[in-house]
Write a protein that binds this ligand. Sequence first.
Ligand code: AMP
Length: 220
Amino acid sequence: MRLILLGAPGAGKGTQAVNLSKELHIPHISTGDIFRANIREGTELGLKAKTYIDAGKLVPDTLTMSIVEDRLQKDDCRNGFLFDGFPRTIPQAESLEDVLAGMNMELDAVISLDVPNEVIVRRMAGRRVCKNCGRNYHIVTIPPKQEGICDKCGGPLIIRDDDREETVLERLKTYTKKTEPLIGFYEKRNLLLHFDGTKDILETTREIMDCIKGQCAKGV
Ligand code: AMP
């Protein structure tokens, strides 16, 4: 399956993407994770992306498309993929259509996780990320086994620079202006499926899986 997860920052895309990619056996591609890995490694791409990310702005489309095109060439994408946090602008969505057409592929569905802004601001205050490996946690909904320590690698858990309140508000503004128009874009293409992102994490995963299986049966 070729899927996109759409939703405001903090809507739970990353968490759902981890669950869905396991269930569907398709790679989870988060452009935000790719940028953060580049920042940790100090690459040129990371340096360029960091200034935008820390300001709550979007990384320019050309830079974002270059990492997506590279990623789609990898063998593990042959049987499908799940994008999380991409596309974030109409030009990115249009470029993705062109890239996929060039590979004889098309999208199966776009999963929209709907969460009101006030819930998002509350949720983002609890987010933590491992400084070493980048795994995500939440102090209430996905706590680590030991407070402040990553379950996977033992690294320290920190607040992402762009999860600070001023940046969160800027990211939400950017989302409304640049990313929300994608809802109409994919609605027109009959690809959009809406889900209530305020429900229990596993319940939402189950609802998405049930719906996607139904879509497959209908041949979408
Ligand atoms: P995320 O982890 O998906 O919330 O992404 C963190 C930050 O990375 C965003 O606030 C943007 O600055 C940048 N970013 C991630 N994905 C994209 C994208 N598709 N287009 C532009 N910027 C992106």
